[in-house]
Write a protein that binds this ligand. Structure first.
Ligand code: PSU
Ligand code: MN
Length: 311
């Protein structure tokens, strides 16, 4: 087993692929433990790995187990994270040293998945949605650590945009300030997770995995700090009605204020409320957009290998 640092376990298949410069795609585990109910979370996590394999890359689901940073999980470990659900600590950057020191388990957010992927030599990561600047952040200062990680860690994150539980305009401003390119895959409009549209523009429209790989390669070659955010709209047939989803989000936010929800509890609370308010519809959409992102991330990883491989 390759050990790049003494707290990290990279599974043998992932380690071999990274060493050979073969395409690898990282996946997060907060989406498993906190983002979806059991057993759909486990089913989705296993299927998403298959989608990545079917598209020519090796999947590396990331988590913290017994204080070990893990890049590449077994199906049993994925089952454990899914079944244990919210009882697994949602681990962001500030949680990492304590969880490791205490030998605990942690479900990795976009932030910690990027960190551990980078430690393991993995450069491309697929997820559902990222955290961002919350609505009302001008008074709460609730800004996800995901944005700061994108500013600092050289990993490409493929997502379906951001849910409008966030202030999408302020999220884009924050990313601009920190020099993070926000790319729309075959669109100039920022997708809003459940919907293909948001009313906000991304920086650039990019039309192929090959072109995405090229932008990432140039960013690396220029030695620029930080990652890239690729926003990939949910396929039309799985998208939700704009008004239905936004009404549910407004209700969820009003309820969170009434319930006094703060800090790291906010995002999981809002996600769960939105899911309750929309019934099974939002879960079905959520699952499909994750597969769609996994496909694009794997295809981009394959193109990136062609640009960077020895020739
Ligand atoms: N947004 C989603 N689904 C998710 C998350 C965000 O649509 O599952 C999770 C991701 O793991 C993300 C984290 O990194 O929530 C952000 O949490 P916070 O806002 O507390 O930083
Ligand atoms: Mn927050």
């Amino acid at each position: 087993m390759m050990n790049l640092n003494c707290y990290l376990d990279v599974n043998p298949e992932v380690a071999a692929a990274v060493a050979a410069g073969k395409p690898v795609v990282a996946l997060e585990s907060t989406i498993i433990s906190h983002g979806m109910p059991y057993p759909q979370n486990v089913e989705t996590a296993l299927n998403v790995e298959k989608v990545i394999r079917d598209n020519g890359a090796v999947p590396a689901t990331i988590a913290i187990l017994g204080g070990r940073l893990k890049a590449g999980l077994t199906p049993e470990e994925i089952e454990y994270l899914g079944k244990t659900g919210q009882a697994v600590t949602k681990a962001s950057r500030r949680d990492l040293p304590v969880i490791v020191a205490k030998g605990l388990d942690g479900a990795t957010t976009v932030t910690t998945t990027m960190m551990i992927a980078h430690m393991a030599g993995i450069q491309i990561f697929a997820t559902g949605g990222i955290g961002g600047v919350h609505r009302g952040a001008e008074t709460t200062m609730d800004i996800s650590a995901d944005l700061e990680e994108l500013a600092n860690t050289p990993v490409m994150v493929v997502c379906a945009g951001a849910k409008s539980i966030l202030d999408l305009g302020l999220t884009l401003e924050y990313l601009e300030t920190h020099g993070v390119p926000v790319l729309g895959y075959q669109t100039k409009e920022l997708p809003a997770f459940y919907t293909r549209r948001s009313g906000f523009e991304v920086d650039y429209r990019i039309d192929s995995p090959k072109e995405l790989a090229k932008v990432f390669k140039v960013q690396r070659d220029l030695g620029l700090k930080g990652g890239i955010l690729v926003t990939n709209p949910i396929p039309e047939q799985y998208a939700m009605n704009f008004d239905v989803i936004n009404k549910a989000i407004d209700e969820a936010i009003a309820q969170s204020v009434k319930d006094g929800i703060k800090g790291k509890a906010t995002t999981p609370y809002l996600l769960a409320k939105v899911k309750d308010l929309t019934g099974g519809d939002s879960l079905a959409s959520n699952i499909q957009l994750v597969y769609n992102n996994a496909r694009l991330a794997a295809q981009t990883a394959c193109e990136f290998e062609k640009l960077t491989g020895d020739n």
